[in-house]
Write a protein that binds this ligand. Structure first.
Ligand code: F6P
Length: 327
């Protein structure tokens, strides 16, 4: 393989730049030419490729976002869009791709591979940590730490005013960010798709505790719980316990930005080089991941279709420490 391309696609995640850097430096180490695709699959369709050398990735390891920009491409979802992209790759002599992104990115990569024989290795880049085939995704650790910092600050004001805060965190359909910030932030309750909870019990718990013990509370709610949003839980609590002072905070996109943590930089670097070495050794249609400290390659098929459940141990921990077992 003489020339490869690297792209970032889907929601950006802190550590994507560190991963791009590792792909570029790794390729140059093996004397492989490398180009960046600007704006994910849209850039591939439009032939928007930029040459990357060792210097072009200097001073980016600590930066959030992605120097290659990211997009969710509608055109690439169509067979015609993918055919245009494959033709552009051929025209520019690109033989392999490192795709950094999440589920949607790998669904696209898999189709490109199956329909046009393009070799693709993926790197899991998403704050949601929802990908099978890796213990952690690039960006998750940073997002959790960013959310935690915000939660600690909210706790100060919650305590000062004796308020109940309902804090919504990201995570798409999973509660990974919620469970980690719930444990780390000492939340009284964590509501997430993986653990069903009855709002009546929350009301009873808050009612009892407001009378007998605490006057401020932190409740973390994962955005992915379709039935229970932070606002709807707060509204029901307020209706049942009108004397409680309730506030809702949605942390939102601050969770996606900022300088990556050391853990994310190292993970991104390992996976970037791992992806290049995977491509050069003939691997395709797989995602590089780290499982139990070792670099692994898992077929896109499995990464996309299989669930990575939150462990029973973590669920038990959050239940015991948050006091939900007293409900
Ligand atoms: O997948 C990353 C993520 O930040 C999710 O946690 C969230 O649901 C979604 O992307 C938000 O997407 P957008 O930035 O397109 O609103």
């Amino acid at each position: 393989m003489k020339k490869i391309a690297v792209l970032t696609s889907g929601g950006d995640a802190p550590g994507m730049n560190a991963c791009i850097r590792a792909v570029v430096r790794g390729s140059l180490y093996y004397k492989v030419e490398v180009v960046g695709v600007v704006r994910g699959y849209d850039g591939m369709i439009n032939g928007h490729f930029i040459p990357l050398d060792g210097n072009s990735v200097s001073n980016i390891i600590q930066k959030g976002g992605t120097i290659l920009k990211s997009a969710r491409s509608d055109e690439f979802r169509t067979p015609q869009g993918r055919a245009k992209a494959a033709a552009q790759l051929k025209k520019h002599g690109i033989e392999g791709i490192v795709a950094i992104g999440g589920n949607g990115t790998f669904t696209g990569s898999q189709l490109l591979c199956n329909e046009h024989g393009i070799k693709v290795v993926g790197c899991p880049g998403t704050i949601d940590n929802d990908l099978y085939g890796t213990d952690y995704t690039i960006g998750y650790d940073t997002a959790v730490n960013t959310a935690l910092e915000a939660i600690d600050k909210i706790r100060d004001t919650a305590d000062a005013h004796d308020r109940i805060f309902f804090i919504e965190v990201m995570g798409r359909d999973t509660g990974y960010i919620a469970v980690q910030t719930g444990i780390g932030g000492g939340a009284e309750l964590v509501v997430m798709p993986e653990i069903k909870i009855n709002v009546e019990n929350i009301i009873k718990r808050l009612g009892d505790s407001a009378v007998h013990t605490k006057s401020s509370h932190m409740i973390i709610i994962a955005e992915g719980d379709k039935e229970l949003s932070a606002q709807s839980i707060s509204d029901r609590v307020k209706a049942a316990l009108p004397t409680l002072d309730c506030r809702v905070t949605t942390l939102g996109h601050i969770q996606r930005g900022g300088s990556p943590t050391a853990a994310d930089r190292v993970l991104a670097s390992r996976l970037g080089l791992g992806a290049v070495e995977g491509l050069l050794s003939g691997k395709t249609n797989v995602m590089a991941g780290v499982i139990n400290k070792s670099l692994t390659y898992t077929p896109f098929d499995e990464c996309i279709s299989k669930k990575k459940p939150i462990t029973k141990e973590l669920k038990r921990l959050v239940e015991i420490l948050s006091g939900r077992n007293y409900l």
